[in-house]
Design a binder for this molecule. Sequence first.
Ligand code: SAM
Ligand code: DTB
Ligand code: SF4
Length: 335
Amino acid sequence: MTEVRYNWTKEEIAEIYHRPLLDLVYEAATVHRENKDYSEVQISSLISIKTGGCPEDCAYCPQAARYNTGVDVHAIMPVNEVILAAQKAKDGGASRLCMGAAWREVRDNRDFDKVIDMVKAVNELDMEVCCTLGMLNEHQAQRLADAGLYAYNHNLDTSEDDYKRIITTRTYDDRLKTLEHVRKAKLTVCSGGIIGLGETVEDRISMLKTLSNLPKHPESVPINALVPVQGTPLADQPRVSVWDMVRMIATTRIIMPKTVVRLSAGRTEMSLVEQAFCFMAGANSIFAGEKLLTTPNPSFDTDMAMFELLGLTPRKAFKNGRPGKVENVEEAVES
Ligand code: SAM
Ligand code: DTB
Ligand code: SF4
């Protein structure tokens, strides 16, 4: 069985990242196949429960209030609408629902009470519930855990050194602190990044080093390709090469062998063959449903046809048990 390591150095990660492409993919596929269930792909569906008007200045984000992106600002969604959307996602094959809010941080107010109700309701549908709500403290993480939250998404996006170029309204350390609070509440961690922001390869490697040197690897690592949005400072970034996406996924798979690696934003620009390469390189999760948060994504039907063609199957929810309802939570969450 593949050894799980937490002490990867930048040099080691760079050596993996720069291997001849086919050697890299072969190695990643081998690691992936040493771990069971390699043909299963986790399907997660996104829903934007609170859209736009965010006070942060993330240079890639269409939901930042300071950029003119044409995204309409919406107040928090009613709980019953979230339940309907969750049911639709489940019918489409999703086992996880990720609820996103355009917030800088969670505040202890009525909107957060509503999120707690949403978490409880979606949990009742037997879906894994994930939230991405910005920064939070220990107490807020615990409230979410008590409501039945399964995972918390909080991306590092790029390297620590590059962070200030992309976001000035919070620090890398703020981000890492939230991840600690999430861990303390025994939630599973979903944390990854974006490529195509204008970062260097060293930045990508440095971000992977940070993720793989956390006390425990995130249970899922989303790798997003920038979706350039008009009005944001990164609107004119050239589309990232699919080979960079493959290298990033394969390297993540090799250094975090047990982690679910999600081929995230950017799939509408990728052909089926390009996506197949990403699955070969060890991706075993996608966001499905025709919208990410505010930008388009392939439909459930298109993705199901792709799964059929490639011989992939959707992974069931809580395959290894629900945290809190199994003897060994650590094992259930990690496997
Ligand atoms: N506001 C919360 C936060 O920042 O954590 C949650 C929502 S935020 C939209 C979630 C993640 O979406 C970001 O961390 C970023 O990685 C990703 N994202 C946002 N805009 C994107 C874009 N245009 N292309 C690719 N990924 C994007
Ligand atoms: C993640 O890593 N990517 C998702 C999810 N986690 C929250 C969001 C992608 C957003 C793409 C831009 C948009 O649709 O607004
Ligand atoms: Fe706000 Fe999150 Fe977008 Fe940053 S990424 S502007 S915090 S919604």
